[in-house]
Ligand binder design. Structure first.
Ligand SMILES: *Cc1c(COP(=O)(O)O)cnc(C)c1O
Length: 410
């Protein structure tokens, strides 16, 4: 039985989240399957930015640190985000980038296990994470050890200070069982830093219920905060008193405007901050959260799973005969909201699709990655995207494209 386009349209008519698409500006004629890399623009962002620029910055100037709540914006946005992460409001703040926050959290965790010699990390994780792991290890005189994500739970030892891994792998979308892996790490007396880059805003999370110690996540992927949007940091309440992160700057000081010489750590999650936030980006991120108002992550995750299931079924039906293989788990309970396919001509296929308004991305050496942001992707978009891919591969359409300039962002 082949899947008909009409059946996909029927799924859209039955979709309880269909209304959320209206909350986004989406360019006409484009099927955007790259929201896992840069989320689409929520309609709530532009009016908020205009007000922030004209009134708060342009007219009220420095007073806006207080009158417009700029000073408290990191914690305020974090409180709002906490609901989507399964965290308590005082456990999340918005600051810096994933890599910088990972650095802060790994050092802080290692400082809580001073007698241990090792940082355990995920082989095949996003490279920046492991670049940070290696530098932290060098800085603190620890040994870095890398094993595949599925082996972290069995590889952790009494010598491991901290383990770090992605909840959803950026390449394969394989999802780890956060509660089980965290329990295994704790059983060895170690701490865990989860990377939620492809989880926050995409899948259902229960950071508190899973016993997570620390986590970092991304503002510009499924949370749609815009290019360069600041990252989020989770520090479990039980660790906040002992939390000692290395970038101790004035925004993490208990009373920054006393301008004292010595450092006195701020209480709570504010200690995760270092310095002056990028206020415009932070306000854009906060406004982007409006897109999730009144929406439960359970429903977002369920739709994401259904979108990926449809994509995989259509890929089996239309693409497998061209040698396209699946690099993502078939089991929806072990997968995030993107699907990666492999083909030797992946780079050309992705470029030819982009030329047709179907935007996915290429991840070297041979992966085509398609993200399905459940708030704005329709089932019919998936049908149309796979039909276009079938046409591109059957005709070898990429051979007609001009060569790519060296150094271009792909
Ligand atoms: C996207 C992504 C990053 C990006 O890191 P930045 O420091 O925010 O540039 C890091 N880690 C993972 C796993 C990612 O998917």
């Amino acid at each position: 039985m082949t899947i008909a386009r009409e059946a996909c349209l029927a799924q859209d008519r039955d979709d309880p989240l269909a209304f959320a698409r209206e909350r986004f500006e989406l360019p006409p004629g484009v099927i955007y399957l790259d929201g896992n890399s840069l989320g689409a623009l929520p309609k709530s962002v532009q009016p908020r930015m205009e007000d922030a620029i004209r009134r708060e910055w342009g007219r009220d100037l420095i007073a806006s640190w207080n009158t417009a709540g700029w000073y408290t914006a990191p914690g305020r946005a974090g409180e709002r985000l906490a609901r989507l992460l399964g965290a308590k409001p005082g456990e999340v703040t918005i600051t810096d980038s994933i890599s910088v926050n990972l650095f802060k959290l790994l050092v802080a965790a290692a400082r809580m296990r001073p007698d241990r010699r090792e940082i355990l990390a995920e082989a095949g994780n996003f490279p920046s994470d492991n670049h940070i792991v290696e530098s932290v290890a060098r800085l603190l005189g620890l040994e870095p050890r890398f094993v595949p994500a599925g082996e972290i739970a069995s590889a952790v030892t009494r010598d491991t200070a901290v383990a770090t891994l992605s909840h959803v792998n950026y390449r394969t979308a394989e999802m780890q069982d956060m509660a089980a892996v965290t329990a295994a790490i704790h059983a060895a007396g170690a701490l865990v830093v989860w990377d939620l880059a492809h989880s926050s805003g995409a899948v259902e999370l229960d950071l508190d219920g899973s016993g997570a110690d620390f986590a970092v996540g991304c503002g510009y992927k499924y949370l749609n905060g815009g290019p360069g949007s600041p990252s989020h940091v989770f520090v479990a309440e039980r660790h906040q008193a002992a939390f000692d992160q290395p970038l101790q700057g004035w925004f993490g000081h208990a009373d920054p405007f006393r301008f004292e010489d010595g450092f006195a750590k701020a209480p709570g999650i504010r200690a995760a901050l270092c310095s002056t936030p990028p206020i415009l980006s932070l306000l854009a991120f906060e406004a982007a959260l409006d897109a999730f108002d009144g929406i439960a992550m359970r429903d977002v995750a369920a739709k994401g799973r259904a979108l990926c299931d449809l994509f995989i079924a259509l890929a089996d039906e239309k693409l497998a005969r061209f040698g396209v293989t699946l690099a993502t788990p078939r089991d929806g309970s072990r997968r995030g909201n993107h699907v990666s396919l492999r083909h030797p001509e992946a780079f050309g296929i992705v470029r030819a699709l982009i030329a047709r308004g179907i935007v996915g991305d290429f991840r070297a050496p041979d992966a085509m990655r398609f993200g399905f942001a459940p708030l704005y992707i329709r089932f019919v978009d998936i049908f149309d995207a796979v039909a276009a891919m079938e046409e591109v591969i059957a005709t070898g359409a990429w051979r007609e494209l001009a060569p790519v300039e060296a150094g271009a962002v792909t």
